[in-house]
Design a protein around this ligand. Sequence first.
Ligand code: FCB
Length: 460
Amino acid sequence: MQRSDLPADFVFGTATAAYQIEGAVSEDGRGDSIWDAFARRPGAIADGRTGEPADDHYHRYREDIGIMADLGVDAYRFSLSWSRIQADGTGPGNPAGLDFYRRLAEGLLERGVTPWATLYHWDLPQALEERGGWLERDTASRFADYAAIVADSLGDVIGDWITLNEPWCSSFLGYAGGVHAPGRTEGASAARAAHHLLLGHGLALPRLREAMPTATVGITLNLYSVRPATESAADRDAARRIDGLSNRLFLDPVLTGAYPEDVIEDLGEQDWFAEHAPAEDLAAISAPVDFLGINYYSRHTVRAGTVAAAAAASSYPGSETVEIVDTGAPRTLMGWEIHPDGLLDVLEQAHALAPALPLVVTENGSAYADVVAPDGSVDDPERTAYLEQHIGACRDAVERGLPLRGYFVWSLMDNFEWAWGYTRRFGLVHVDYATQRRTLKTSARWLARFLGRRAGEEPA
Ligand code: FCB
């Protein structure tokens, strides 16, 4: 496979998120986010650590831009820390916070890397969580105000925007499973958080359009390929439920303007949605976007399980009894099964709902137990193979005629992997957290060659 197997304007990029890489959590007026507060909770993070200093990217961003320029990527997807821009989630923008992202964007442009900015990658200002967080409708309005501040300030240097990253994680892992910030276990009420997140997206859209009429704006969903373990009615119903909660609850409102009734019923939330998700909300949520971002990692093969096996605080409220089956497929260190063809499934699923809408894989990648050799090199053949297979699936998607426009590797560099702390490495670039030394892994060198770097120009 080579780059020329994909269209010349196909975008190859790398991705990160603010809290996972920046550090500098109390610098230049940044306020706490829900992840700062959650990470301080004993037992919340596998290694007991926090996003300070992570990759110290706030101070080392120039070096990181240089690495991307050397790799030859077209674009870099990063996220903005809301609490760097509005410490408590309200009021005017903090000039120091906005200036950091301007320097980052300008630095990228100088090196020929196009900045793609995500407005919300899970780090709600803690002050807003204390007022109810995403369970409160008002948080959606706060998000739209924040989006407007950012667009007014950075719209001249950033043309590609993503409103939300993975609202399923923000709502169901954060408010039902409790394994992500803010660590609440509110059961099916997590669906209300999902509605308010999507409403935030919907209210932000016109504000972004007004400030940046020529920008391209999308939303990123994490989609799973979901299959029943057998063709039994019970297993097919299990697949319907998990596809419903993880995929359709988000795809349908954004692309078709309606929530899937079966999923709202599974959740037992019909009354709340009837009263609190009126037609005008759905009209805002389904306003046209310029592309759909899809984060794809794995497939879920599911079967109908038993009540006894159900987790107490499930991230699938109302469908707690469904079990995810081990199919024997190879897994990454996250335990996630590797199914490159599942990427085609989710692209097809989204495409069927919105045939004209461009699609972008805004994240895909893998964690492995990387080892630094005595000579300092990091050889990661599994990650290299994972990348090759999934980029191959992108080529297949384009050959099938799907409007797939780009692919971003998660992640540029090892970073704070949320509840897993620093125990899971997803980077193309290895980070020694004691020294902050960055080392290109074999996968990074493979990508650079794939992107057309000649041997002599191979990045150091
Ligand atoms: C995604 C997140 C990203 C990273 C990868 C591994 O769900 O968007 O921040 O943690 O998983």
